[in-house]
Ligand binder design. Structure first.
Ligand code: ATP
Ligand code: MG
Length: 688
């Protein structure tokens, strides 16, 4: 008799779920599932995990890598539900979850800490997020005198991007420069010394950046003994969204599972959207040749997510791609409505349309959570956020600026991080500059002296500081010593930090009370982690979403609209989806129209956005938008035309709507901005 959870699967899904698994155990051969959006790839992975567990696999020996922490815990929860259904009281196999489920980066951190001694790494290394990395790059750049060159040296962020590209792609610096950063090519020699100094600085301070987590992991596995040891801990390794992994990630898998036994990867080449971070779709295409030419390959061609009109339109968009391997999908979900191209005058009208529709949908029975607004770049949602707040529609925003990026939250985290690793210069700088009267010179001198001391915090207490820096400095020294000692336990330490920081916060910011509320919220988040180290690690790697709900963060059982960058919407689905600014200059982005490769990636991005929708989809076409997303003084608006990815020949897959309607709509208050335009004429021109 077939277990009920297998019955729901279609034959191909079922083949993938069962492939090579039997009660006798043993590692199945390598399996690649390659299929389009919404075809049940992630569901198949969930069922395969459950099927493994039901057949006796040990959860401690399953390594599951997905796109985000959220995705990992969602997958674990769903696998657990299936296990409980099948095994009744015998279940509870997953009472502790899947201990090895997470992102590549978070799994990397854990393994590196565990094996730190063998590879000459301090086990309490701290992790720099992109902003910290850019700050450190900047410090090193200053030290080398590159910030004072006659010709302008590349900005810190550009330096970091170049560095990151080299590390992740494994390509030579000169090739990366020529191909992607030609305007920096004349700085090759200086960049080389900058990167060498940057690496030294990181090592001296005991910090790793995001790229290092993969790089050190890959290097560690280059040692055959360690590779066997690490690989041998896992019987099964499963990876979702494989199209967005880079060469380093593929090499990590190859070192752990050289013949691919026990390895399952899942992906869709049409959704590859991280080439700008050196991800390569070749990983999917080369999977059999890399691991085992006899690897099983399962393709799925039925979409269960979207209605036929939505799927047809998405297929039409991706059908124009220059290169693609997966086939078009089909569905039997009938639907009356074609996706709608909604022409509005500008971003204000765009925001009003969405707010209105979202509320109408709610009236009609869709919760806010079943609806999402997607955009190319985080700043594009600014006007919409204002409108939603005005109408008291709660929302949560994923991607882009995070709660954790706000200065006061970063201050508190820097304090904790500095206590954890007192050699971390970037964290140390941030902390010392908080003390009233302490300037960069004092901070630098102090940090240099601390760097060479056996016990840096004790040294800090003995170092002389200028007399004008008084009580707060002494308070800081005491605080750091207490935190380092850890006597208060976790998360009570945050209370201590707040005690020291609160008066400073009040001095620094007019809106101290709002910021204080954020810190209380941070304390709440902290309570969910077993230790300071885990808290800092996970928050750096996979920060929670920002939110602008007036009453603070909506608690998770509240209803709220989802705002997300398209990148962060990967793998998810909503009943109703709105795509902001489906116009040239936004999608594709002005920044991404350099090469055919970049344009193709933007096309896939639109495909990802469209395939998130289950029942209805709106692509917004503001006739003009503002170049900086927000209408600040001096920003210029440009006239926009429909995205080139929806050319005339596929227009019949869409319905058109002009909002608020051409006849007799009340002039809006923003009519005074910019010259008058003849909407009717533009509307006609648009479809010609
Ligand atoms: P994406 O490419 O966007 O990551 P995916 O291929 O991972 O999509 P899933 O998210 O796993 O697709 O599934 C899409 C939707 O289809 C989900 O709502 C899922 O529950 C549903 N689904 C998948 N397989 C089946 C099936 N055999 N029967 C009914 N519904 C299914
Ligand atoms: Mg998926």
């Amino acid at each position: 008799m077939t277990a009920p959870y297998l019955e729901k699967l279609n034959p191909e899904q079922r083949r993938a779920v069962e492939y090579g698994i039997n009660a006798a155990g043993g590692a199945p051969g390598p399996l690649l599932i390659i299929a389009g959006a919404g075809s049940g790839k992630t569901s198949t992975l969930v069922h395969r995990v459950a099927h493994l567990l039901v057949n006796g696999a040990d959860p401690d020996r399953i390594l599951l890598m997905t796109f985000s922490r959220r995705a990992a815990s969602d997958l674990t929860r769903r696998a657990e539900t299936i296990c409980t259904q099948v095994m009744g009281e015998r279940a509870g196999i997953l009472a502790a979850g899947l201990p090895w489920a997470g992102t590549f980066h978070s799994i990397g951190v854990r393994l590196l800490r565990e094996y730190a001694e063998q590879i000459g790494l301090a086990p309490d290394f701290s992790i720099h997020d992109r902003e910290d990395s850019a700050d450190l790059m900047n410090l090193v750049r200053d030290e080398l005198g590159y910030s004072r060159t006659e010709r302008r040296f590349p900005a810190k962020v550009t330096c970091l991007e170049i560095y990151s590209r080299v590390v992740n792609s494994g390509a030579a610096l000169c090739d990366v420069l020529n191909e992607s950063f030609p305007w920096c090519a004349s700085w090759e020699i200086e960049l080389r010394s900058l990167f060498a100094a940057y690496v030294e600085a990181k090592q001296a301070q005991g910090v790793l950046d995001f790229d290092d987590l993969l790089l050190y992991w890959a290097r560690m596995l280059a040692d055959p003994v360690l590779a066997e040891d690490v690989g041998g801990r896992f019987d099964h390794v499963l990876v979702d969204e494989y199209q967005d992994t880079n060469r380093l990630q593929a090499s990590i898998l190859l070192s752990m599972k050289p013949n691919g036994r026990g390895l399952t990867v899942v992906g869709d080449d049409a959704q590859s959207i991280y080439a700008f971070r050196a991800a390569t779709v070749r990983n999917i295409l080369d999977f059999p040749s890399a691991f085992d030419p006899a690897a099983a390959v399962v393709t799925l061609d039925r979409n269960y997510r979207s209605t036929k009109p939505i799927l047809d339109a998405a297929n039409a968009v991706i059908g124009l791609a220059k290169e693609r391997f997966t086939k078009n999908l089909w569905t039997d979900r009938e639907g009356r409505q074609r996706p709608e191209l909604v022409t509005v005058r500008d971003d204000t009208e765009q925001a009003r349309f969405i707010a209105t529709r979202v509320l109408e949908n709610r009236e009609a029975g869709a919760t806010l959570k079943q609806q999402a607004v997607l955009f190319r770049t985080a700043s594009h949602s600014a006007v919409l956020e204002v409108e939603l707040t005005r109408r008291r529609i709660p929302f949560v925003k994923f991607g882009g600026l995070k709660f954790l990026d706000s200065a006061h939250v970063k201050d508190v985290l820097a304090l904790l991080r500095f206590a954890q690793n007192p050699r971390d210069l970037v964290g140390g700088f941030r902390v010392m500059l908080l003390v009233p009267g302490a300037g960069p010179a004092t901070a630098r001198r102090t940090l240099e002296a601390m760097a060479t001391a056996a016990d840096p915090i004790a040294a800090l207490g003995r170092l002389p500081v200028p007399p004008r820096i008084g009580g707060e400095w002494a308070g800081l020294v005491t605080l750091l010593a207490t935190l380092r000692g850890g006597a208060a336990g976790w998360p009570a330490q945050l209370e201590q930090v707040r005690g020291w920081y609160e008066p400073i916060l009040e001095r620094l910011h007019d809106d101290a009370s709002t910021r204080l509320a954020d810190l209380l919220q941070l304390q709440g988040i902290a309570a969910g982690y077993p230790s300071r180290e885990r808290f800092l690690t996970e928050l750096t790697l996979d920060p929670p979403a920002a939110t602008s709900d007036e009453a603070g963060v909506p608690s998770l059982d509240n209803d709220y609209l989802i705002l997300s960058t398209i990148h962060s919407a990967k793998g998810q689905e909503w009943r109703s989806v709105f795509v902001l600014n489906a116009v040239d200059g936004c999608i594709p982005s002005d920044l991404g129209t350099g090469s055919t490769r970049e344009v193709e990636e933007e096309r896939r991005l639109l495909y990802v956005a469209m395939t998130r929708a289950k029942d209805d989809l709106h692509l917004m076409l503001p006739q003009r938008f503002y170049t900086h997303g927000q209408r600040a003084k001096g920003d210029r608006h440009v006239y926009a035309s429909r995205t080139r990815f929806i050319p005339r020949e596929i227009l019949d897959h869409f319905d058109y709507l002009s909002w608020p309607g051409s006849q007799g709509s009340a002039p809006s208050s923003s009519a005074s901005i910019g010259p008058r335009i003849d909407i009717a004429a533009q509307m006609r021109g648009m479809w010609r």
